[in-house]
Design a protein around this ligand. Structure first.
Ligand code: SF4
Length: 434
């Protein structure tokens, strides 16, 4: 029996290789996985042309996934540097890479990533449209926008961010709302500008069925973008954000009617006390579709440390239902991240994702912590390094400060509680004064 998309296969009861891989990785019965894929609460973004992919699932009951943004820009356009980031991100267990290249010949880099990278690959075709046609934004036609989306889909992109919910009604809310930071979504701001300059409706909203046809043809998962995501804690949960979310819920249903997989993108910047409510609102308004959040950054005052502000928000978001975290690096708001920024961002986001998975009671999530605790109680340093989220950093800290006794560290030395408890239980004497 043939199928178009992974969702279509799930609805027809066809077990695909991607489903088998995800079910095995997640320790989830394949029937449960397929049932949730058929309903839309799990997406398995696998483009038919991304042949080297190692599939992952995003959604209900699955481990929280982590995305890494990278790509060339006008100021940083070295393909080799960005390819090194791709390899490092995969080695650090990021499940997705978003190529946000926005300058020059992006297709060359995109094709290299797709040919080599086993992680899910996402793009924002809107970023590419201006460079692709080398035209003023205002002069890009509706057909040209769709051609860029189809180019990305044909190249093998697994999920594409499309700000289809940013329609004229939402644009009106933006104009009337008293925001501190306006529209901070790059793709959203480009679309908003195009709509205003041409006095036209959002082409991806107006011709949404055309978008769905492309998605079906290549099994491109729609990542419905939040053009109105708050760019400051002052602007969160306002009418523009909620209006767009309601529209995204309607577009989700229309996509599912065509067997197109959907993820919903979310905030942004948001105070901690609003996060759980926002996660509930997304799941309700968007019918349980997987939720993909950038942050949320829980305070605006820590440039240089926004991997921490976003990890705090990401952990709360994922514990309350978000399924997919976009990493944020210490360079956020300041510059394009370098390799070290990227590593810091990945680790911070993976910590948030794993902490949430424990709270979400994802099967097996606690086993990792229990193994680490056992190694710690045994003062098994090699065991601790191999289990560490960042083994390299853990080892380098230990090696940078040598203790008098191997079964302790330089923090407490002979007063090491773990060492002394171990020794006393083994019937050994404890000498603290010699
Ligand atoms: S010396 Fe102190 S910090 Fe170090 S392992 Fe022992 S109890 Fe822990």
């Amino acid at each position: 029996m043939s199928y178009t998309t992974q969702m279509n296969a799930a609805r027809k009861g066809i077990v695909t290789g991607a489903m088998e891989t995800v079910a095995k990785k997640e320790n989830m019965p394949i029937e449960t996985l397929m049932d949730r894929m058929a309903k839309g609460t799990i997406a398995v973004p696998v483009n038919k042309n991304h042949t080297v992919i190692d599939p992952e699932g995003v959604g209900e009951g699955l481990r929280t996934k982590v995305n890494v943004n990278l790509g060339i820009s006008k100021d940083c356009r070295d393909l080799e540097v960005e390819m090194a980031k791709v390899r490092a991100a995969v080695a650090m267990k990021a499940e997705a890479i978003m190529d946000l290249s926005c300058f020059g010949k992006t297709q060359e880099f995109r094709n290299r990533v797709i040919a080599e990278c086993p992680a899910m690959i996402g793009t924002v075709p809107m970023y590419d449209a201006v460079g692709f046609y080398d035209k003023n934004l205002k002069d890009i036609s509706v057909d040209e926008f769709f051609r860029v989306v189809e180019r990305h889909a044909a190249d093998g992109v697994d999920f594409a961010t499309i700000h289809a919910g940013l329609n004229r009604a939402t644009a009106e809310k933006i104009k009337r709302n008293d925001r501190l930071t306006g529209v901070v979504s790059r793709g959203g701001s480009l679309l908003y500008t195009w709509m205003m300059l041409n006095d036209a409706e959002n082409p991806f909203y107006e011709h949404y069925d055309r978008l769905l046809e492309i998605c079906t043809k290549y099994d491109l998962t729609l990542s419905l973008g939040d053009g109105c995501r708050p760019g400051s804690i002052n602007d969160s949960t306002d009418a523009a954000q909620v209006e767009e979310l309601i529209t995204l819920g309607e577009l989700t249903k229309r996509a599912w009617e065509q067997d197109v997989q959907v993820m919903i993108e979310g905030p942004g910047h948001m105070a901690m006390d609003e996060i759980a409510g926002n996660m509930m609102m997304e799941k309700r308004l968007c019918h349980g579709a997987p939720f993909y959040v950038l942050g949320p950054l829980v305070t605006d005052v820590a440039p240089g440390y926004d991997h921490i502000t976003s990890a705090i928000g990401g952990a709360i978001a994922a514990a309350n239902g978000a399924d997919f975290l976009c990493y944020v690096t210490p360079a956020e708001h300041l510059r394009l991240p370098d390799l070290e920024d990227m590593k810091e961002g990945i680790i911070a986001t993976r910590i948030a994702a794993h902490a949430a998975d424990i709270a979400k009671k994802i099967p097996g999530a606690r086993n990792w912590d229990n193994a680490m605790s056992k190694a710690r109680a045994d003062l098994d340093w090699e065991g601790m390094f191999s289990l560490a989220m960042d083994p390299v950093k853990a080892r380098s800290y230990r090696e940078s400060s040598k203790p008098e006794f191997e079964d302790s560290c330089t923090m407490c030395g002979k007063m090491c509680a773990v060492r002394n408890m171990k020794r006393v239980h083994e019937g050994k004497d404890i000498q603290l004064n010699d």
